[in-house]
Design a binder for this molecule. Structure first.
Ligand code: HEM
Length: 390
């Protein structure tokens, strides 16, 4: 314990565990957050092992709303993103202030439901191909290694969404250079160095697009064409950083969400049967055209499937630990927060908060059939408004 940085007065005043702890995105931290939630509630302090100041852990939905929405201008990205910065340069995941706002305005239109719908046919074809491979294994009485296969599936989908027909060129040598994302589990400095080298691959595809004045429709095409009202567009360096960001952000989250979905479905025969019955009501052509949703996003053809995904994201949110840094001194929940203080929010803890979720550890997709779920909009961090509801 680094008792040298603590005086006894500070120890007794601390609202939280007395023992310093280093909060990191690992399983040990997750278990400690669960324990502290029981011991200290949903708003408490944790003193860092390496720094004299205490961080705040905020898992009270009304305060989370202040952090992420109402007073978002009091906060910047937190220390949890320091490592991500090494990997992704100044991409939108880690950038801040005016530069972030500008990049966000340039990128946001590509994420409109209408733009994303253009990827439905490709996503459907990739899923169908995987289903056929799995069916063949099942027919032969063999098992499948689902987590790896899903990781490869989501990587191909993300890369095809970004690079469109240039994907073929990416894998022309018989090997996908981005496969290290699926093969290498650690995200250490060695991984960062290997990943950085792939910037050259992205840059050469951009170079070709620019010289051919190509107007292909894909994320890259979108980013090359988009201009702000004043005519400004993205610099080449920023463009490479944003593409690298989309690859990592888009791959790891969806791979994790789908892997957990399969894990939960595989353990529950009744849910598996209901999913099968529902999917059988929609033809392959319809799925390829609409992704399973009707012409209006809020009238899905697959409401139960939608609930299974919502419930998976509740139990196992891929972004399960978020961090922010206070940029100005202010008050939060009746406590002074000094500028520079680090604050952590855990969707994993929020999504199992017993005040907001009945039988929180139970896999129960039907809880989302109730329009009053979630009972507080910030008790569930995939925003309820963004979720398709039946
Ligand atoms: C199950 C799927 C996903 C989940 C659960 C998820 C979750 C999240 C969360 C929690 C954040 C906020 C992080 C923070 O503020 O500290 C975030 C940000 C972001 N995500 Fe995702 N994500 C998913 C899929 C994707 C996909 C498919 C893409 C892109 C292809 C993507 C791109 C981004 C980007 C660019 C940001 C940064 C936005 C900004 O700071 O303005 N995500 N995501």
């Amino acid at each position: 314990m680094n008792s040298c940085i603590l005086d006894s007065a500070a120890i007794t005043e601390l609202l939280g565990p007395q023992q310093p702890f280093s909060i990191e995105a690992n399983d040990h931290t997750r278990r400690m957050l669960e324990r502290w939630q029981q011991d200290y509630g949903d708003f408490y302090q944790v003193r860092d092992t390496r720094r004299p100041d205490a961080h705040w852990v905020v898992n009270r939905p009304d305060l989370v709303h202040q952090l992420l929405v109402r007073r978002a201008d009091h906060y910047a990205k937190g220390m949890g993103l320091d490592r991500v910065r090494i990997l992704l340069g100044n991409g939108i995941m880690v950038s801040e202030g005016d530069f972030w706002a500008r990049q966000r305005r340039l990128i946001q239109p590509a994420f409109k439901p209408r733009s994303l719908a253009d990827f439905n046919a490709m996503i459907h074809a990739e899923n169908l191909a995987l289903a056929k491979r799995w069916q063949a294994r099942a027919d032969a009485g063999e098992s499948v290694e689902a987590v790896g296969a899903i990781s490869e599936l989501t990587l191909v989908i993300v890369l095809k969404s970004i690079f469109g027909r240039d994907y073929a060129q990416l894998v022309a040598g018989g090997r996908n250079p981005f496969s290290l994302l699926t093969e290498e589990p650690s995200r250490n400095l060695r991984f960062a160095a290997r990943f950085h080298r792939l910037k050259g691959v992205v840059d050469s595809i951009i170079e070709q697009r620019l010289s051919a004045a190509d107007t292909a429709f894909d994320f890259l095409g979108h980013m090359l064409s988009v201009r702000l009202r004043n005519g400004e567009s993205m610099s080449r360096t920023a463009l490479v950083d944003e593409i690298m960001t989309l690859i990592v952000a888009g791959h790891e989250t969806t791979a994790s969400a789908l892997a957990f979905a399969w894990y939960l479905i595989a353990a529950d025969n009744a849910i598996c049967r209901r999913l099968q019955q529902e999917i059988d009501t929609v033809s392959d052509d319809e799925l390829a055209a609409t992704g399973g949703n009707g012409p209006r996003q809020n009238s899905p053809r697959l409401p139960f499937t939608d609930r299974v995904i919502a419930e998976t994201l509740r139990l196992y949110p891929p972004g399960w630990l978020l961090s922010r840094r206070a940029t100005v001194g202010h008050e939060l929940g009746g406590h002074p927060i000094a500028a520079g203080t680090q604050l952590f929010i855990s969707p994993y803890i929020l999504h199992r908060h017993p005040d907001y979720w009945r039988a929180p550890d139970r896999f129960d997709p039907d809880r989302f059939a109730d329009a009053r779920t979630p009972s507080h909009r910030m008790a569930y961090l995939p925003s309820p408004r963004g979720r398709v509801t039946a």
